[in-house]
Design a protein around this ligand. Structure first.
Ligand SMILES: [Zn+2]
Length: 344
């Protein structure tokens, strides 16, 4: 009883009591076997342990009984092995329960030894380990068991904050430089702070709705709400993450995504009078490019990316087929890259 009296001891009191009961029962059994006790002492055993009939009954009902809970390490006191009573583990000599447990099982020809449960908590009590093995057995019965949810090294690669960078590395080569920067920013600013280390396989439609709600309440650096266009980009990109994960067979289902309404703001034009005022303030050497921008209404990055093969003097049209993206010249893939003219 000395071990249980130690207040510093991390031993689960209830667990220990169960073990003790078992120990008492076993010693009674042993004593009765050598004739020290009468059989009447054993009519009300404190608990039924390792009843082979129970196990057989469960097996007959087709319930999975795979695996076992074991102690990690040996008794600190005597170095002896911990013994399983069916309700707890303990050292039969010192009345000490283990500090850590292992769930040990075979599945599809492979052996798994788990030190942590699904949420990454160390198996520090018999009950925690027991709950884990029961959960796994249930999943095996249902046919839904996937060990990668439990094995920590496998589990880590599915954690959102890790998976998203794997995804980004795989897709970034096909992106325009400015899109790469934008995606990186969205990942750091919006995805990771929300989804953190959540398992991507366990993210559901409800999580996406919560994420969208959070985005709508978020404010940017200049204390303005995020624009609906930006929110749509964030959500569409996230959908792309999930559809890629699905096509790579990392998830079995893409969560349902809410539809985003974008409020289209009318284009703002600088009127002719203001344009002239701007021209008056600029070096005449730069007038041609300003006039070009005023006339076509194109973006600066589109104007600077024009080459002679974009100009069709016969039909009087311009084809914007390149753009400067984050300082780099980039062919655009848009099919409707047609000549644009300003209303002036
Ligand atoms: Zn011991």
């Amino acid at each position: 009883m000395q071990a249980i009296a130690d207040p510093q001891s991390k031993i689960d009191q209830k667990e220990f009591a169960e073990f003790l009961e078992w120990k008492k029962f076993r010693s009674m059994q042993e004593r009765s076997a050598i004739g020290e006790l009468t059989s009447s002492t054993l009519t009300n055993p404190p608990l039924v342990v390792h009843n082979p009939l129970c196990v057989r009954k469960q097996q007959e009902e087709g319930l999975c009984m795979v695996g076992s809970v074991r102690a990690k390490g040996k008794c600190k006191n005597c170095g002896g092995k911990f013994i399983n009573s069916g309700k707890a583990l303990g050292c039969p000599k010192c009345f000490i329960t283990p500090e850590k447990y292992i769930v040990d099982y075979h599945y599809k020809g492979k052996r798994y030894r788990l030190f942590k449960d699904k949420s990454g908590e160390i198996l520090d009590s018999y009950n925690r380990a027991k709950r884990l093995i029961e959960r796994i057995r249930g999943e095996i019965d249902e046919g839904s068991h996937d060990p990668t949810f439990y094995v920590q090294t496998d589990k880590r690669k599915f954690q959102f904050d890790q998976y998203i960078w794997t995804w980004f590395d795989l897709i970034k080569d096909n992106l325009a430089p400015s899109t790469t920067l934008l995606r990186e920013k969205i990942i750091k600013k919006h995805y990771i702070p929300f989804f953190t280390n959540q398992d991507i396989r366990e993210i559901r439609s409800g999580d996406i709705v919560k994420f969208l709600k959070k985005l709508r309440n978020k404010k940017s650096n200049n204390d303005e709400k995020l624009s609906s266009g930006y929110i749509k980009t964030i959500i569409i990109t996230l959908h792309k993450v999930f559809s890629d994960a699905y096509s790579w067979e990392d998830i079995i289902k893409i969560p349902v995504f809410p539809k985003i309404q974008v409020i289209v703001k009318p284009f703002k034009w600088i009127d002719r009078k203001t344009q002239e005022l701007i021209l008056n303030e600029t070096d005449p050497r730069h007038h041609p490019i300003f006039n070009f921008l005023f006339l076509t209404g194109c973006r600066i990055c589109e104007a600077t990316a024009l080459k002679w093969d974009c100009v069709n003097l016969k039909e009087n049209t311009l084809l914007f087929k390149r753009t400067h993206s984050a300082g780099k010249l980039k062919e655009t893939t848009k099919v409707n890259g047609l000549a644009a003219t300003s209303p002036y």
